[in-house]
Design a protein. Sequence first.
Length: 374
Amino acid sequence: MKKIAFYIPLLNIGGAERVVIDILNQLSNIELIDKYYLIVDEKESSIIDQISKKVEILHLEHKKFGLIYKAYSLNKLLKLHKIDLVVSHLTHANLHVLITKSIFNFKSKVLITEHSILSQYIDSVKSAKHYVMKKLLTKLYNKSDHVIAVSNAVKNDLVNNWSIKNNLITRIYNPIDINKIEEQSNKSIESDLIFKLKNKKVIVSIGRLEKQKNHKLLLESINILKERNKNFILLVIGGGSEKENLEKFIDNNHLNEYVFLLGHQTNPYKYLKFADIFILPSLIEGFGIVLVEALYFKKRIIATNIEAAKEVLENGKYGYLCEATPLDMSEAIQNTFDAKTDVYFPKNKANDFNIEKIANEYTMLISVMFDDSK
């Protein structure tokens, strides 16, 4: 009887979290594994009810005695439920699982999933963690049984900058559940917002309000754009630590009639459906699942010229890649507004990331890992 546990500390509304839910739900319908679990640090979440009833949720006790107690708790859970394979998502969760393995030498195989371009992510961590993580990463990642990189950009960084063995890594893109997002996109949005959008060009951006997502750049470009075009509205979907700073910028630059911060949304697709343009202003992305979702809805896309965006958009074939400057982004927006024809055919591209296809890649990798253990 084979058992797999996915581990992600928190089920917040983010790209990695949605990926875990979508993959688990899809895999639980495939008769490869007898039992699936999801291990989380906190059970309270606005999206935890989206997980299939076939998946058992386990709570990891972690508040006592810091990292050592958390490692003890994880080891206890894995042994209690006789987990054959633990699949972790996000860098700190990967490290936690591998540290636990080093301390307790549990029998479960370890498959870690890296969602970040680590050389960029680590540099963005401004604390004592920065030094510790740099020391641990190469040593521990090479001790995993296998690594999933969510893009070629992530894989290349692991190999070239962290000396992770190339044959230890498989690139598997993050998926989209087309049926789910299609259904959710048909939900109604607030009537007062519909009124505000009437006869306006609509720009949508989806992402956590954190510095690496670079919403300040987007607002600066909007501040320039409004001097030449006042017939638009920007909807920003996401919450985070930068919310107050962004609100101050909006107030100080009189952008209140142009920009609406909608906060966390369990269903961003009902807003994305209204977009004339989707914008990803990020400084750092490992993949950028929102780009694929925008492709599926056949939206015109503008993204900063980062590796993940270039990979998904095939170097500008499926969207406009701009420099991370307010002027260049504002010009990209206006040029896209002015375009007379739909020059992109992105829906077929989005099918490359369909949940059925990606789940099959997970299934093949998991099968190989179990075959190797015989």
